[in-house]
Design a protein around this ligand. Structure first.
Ligand SMILES: *Cc1c(COP(=O)(O)O)cnc(C)c1O
Length: 501
């Protein structure tokens, strides 16, 4: 298997090379030359296995240039070293709240309490192994643009990994207080977090511009530094996410919630389209998925696209109570367009239009094909809070805001279609990451409470344990103080790298 760009066939890379490079040279995203076709027997063979064992089997399908031993070592370091909640024997846990229509796939038992840990604990290990495999001697600088959760999860995943440094840009004032504290208190000799004056798209487009700035890259290369990405455009971010769809399905079969071979739907709170795209790969590989429900907030560019076939980022940008989904350019959609059309020239054309005019429209045939798998809806902040409230009242289960958007989308989908296929709601963050919104939704007065008093309050009303990584922020020193404009990002990089050799 090899990897090439969504926009052309000029390069053919191994998965190790694709993971090191992050983005293809022509600005496209790396996609695999084929999607493995596995029968239901592959799923059946996952029963009774640990998450780590399942991960090795799924990863081996795509990372064909890694040896079994290499994959084993990577998976072991990522998931099996006490990084994940010691009390949860499963890394990705399916919960069935009482009196509730949907089981919930909890993906937030990692070190930073967000689903991004599922991929960002593994990516650094895949990357470090790729450096060894390719014999690369340079220092890798990981650049990340984050709307909140990716930043912390990446900092935590890469901290003190040899031969790699990481710099995270996040929108100043555009992340929650907890997300800010998580990044600003980050420890490690190879890490930096810098605030950008602007929103997430400014941070993301700034990072993209740096990746394609030949002169700047040459300057770094002369100092023995090569750029790479840990954003969800990196194949090494995406492939670990395929694992938990298989694992959740196997868990549901083991618990006899479904029978082997039964179809299921997943409702996924979506921003950059990475999480839901991983589910699409799982479906193409043979996991019995019927529909994927793309759940958005008021930044509903994907709802419009999946309904009308027109992607149009020329619209108001809203700050919502689901900041990790406050995104107008969903980068991973490009991979879906490629797999739907297998026509790189067309994908390249759409992406050129998007860059030039901020919009493009796919043909009716492509839209129809996408809609065979994808349903979509969006949820207002008010409705998100109402959902948290209702689920807590009825099931004494606390959803975070993002997961509540997915829950509501699942309800909407059922009402609109009458499709009774079991829906699994994908839960992407601990409610303790969004205390104020969650408490308000439940109906608890937060007046005068700081984040930590709110954590205590939420613990009091819900009984849910506070994750250590969040409660320990109380006493941690602020270490990351940089702020810059979009124009000053290169200077921030130069200053940081000076201190890295
Ligand atoms: C990143 C994130 C999402 C969106 O995931 P994508 O892969 O970007 O679509 C949803 N919820 C939370 C809590 C996140 O951190």
């Amino acid at each position: 298997m090899y990897y090439s760009s969504t926009r052309g066939d000029a390069e053919k890379k191994t998965s190790a090379e694709a993971i090191l490079e992050g983005l293809a040279a022509d600005g496209g995203l790396f996609v695999p030359s084929e999607i493995p076709q596995l029968g239901i027997s592959f799923v059946d063979a996952l029963l009774g296995l640990s998450y780590e064992e399942r991960a090795e089997k799924v990863l081996a399908q795509f990372l064909t240039d890694y040896t079994e031993q290499e994959l084993h070592a990577c998976v072991d370091r990522a998931y099996n070293r006490g990084n994940f909640d010691a009390t949860a024997c499963k890394r990705a846990e399916v919960r069935a709240p009482e009196n509730a229509p949907f089981p919930v796939l909890e993906l937030w038992h990692g070190p930073t309490s967000a689903f991004k840990d599922m991929a960002l604990q593994l990516l650094p290990q895949l990357m470090r192994t790729a450096l060894q495999k390719t014999g690369a001697k340079e220092r890798v600088l990981i650049l990340v643009a984050t709307s909140g959760d990716t930043g912390k999860a990446a900092l935590e995943g890469f901290r003190d990994v040899p031969q790699i440094s990481i710099l995270v840009f996040y929108p100043e004032g555009g992340v929650s207080r907890i997300q800010y504290l998580q990044m600003a208190t980050q420890e490690g000799g190879n890490v930096n977090a810098t605030a950008i004056r602007g929103n997430f798209d400014d941070a993301q487009s700034g990072v993209k511009a740096i990746f394609s700035d030949a002169a700047f890259n040459a300057q770094l290369a002369s100092q023995g530094v090569r750029l790479s990405s840990a954003n969800s455009i990196n194949w090494g971010r995406l492939v670990p996410q395929i694992v938990y769809y298989f694992s959740a399905y196997a868990d549901l079969v083991e618990e006899a919630t479904i029978k082997m071979g039964d179809a299921v739907n997943f409702s996924v709170p979506t921003g950059n389209f990475g999480d839901i795209l991983a589910a699409y790969y799982a479906k193409r590989m043979g996991l019995p998925i019927h529909k994927l429900i793309c759940a958005s907030n008021a930044n509903n560019v994907l709802t419009d696209f999946l309904t009308s076939g027109t992607y149009d980022r020329n619209r108001a940008f809203y700050k919502t109570i689901t900041p990790s989904m406050d995104i107008l350019i969903s980068s991973n959609l490009e991979r879906l367009l490629y797999h739907m059309t297998e026509d790189k020239a067309r994908v390249k054309g759409w992406m050129a239009e998007l860059a030039k005019t901020g919009r493009y429209t796919v043909d009716a045939g492509t839209l129809a094909k996408i809609r065979e798998t994808f349903a979509a809806s969006w949820t207002s902040d008010e409705q998100t809070k109402a959902t948290i409230h209702d689920v807590f009242e009825r099931s004494h289960y606390v959803l975070d805001t993002h997961s509540a958007v997915a829950w509501h989308a699942a309800e909407t989908y059922r009402e609109e279609t009458g499709d009774e296929t079991p829906v699994i709601v994908v839960s992407t963050a601990s409610p303790y990451k969004f205390n104020a919104s969650v408490l308000e939704a439940i109906g608890v007065d937060t007046e005068g409470l700081d984040e930590f008093a709110m954590q205590d309050k939420l613990h009091e009303v819900s009984g849910l344990a506070i994750p250590y990584g969040l409660s320990s922020l109380r006493s941690k020193e602020i270490r990351q103080k940089g702020v810059c404009s979009r124009a000053e990002m290169r200077d921030a990089i130069r200053a940081f790298m000076k201190k890295q050799d």
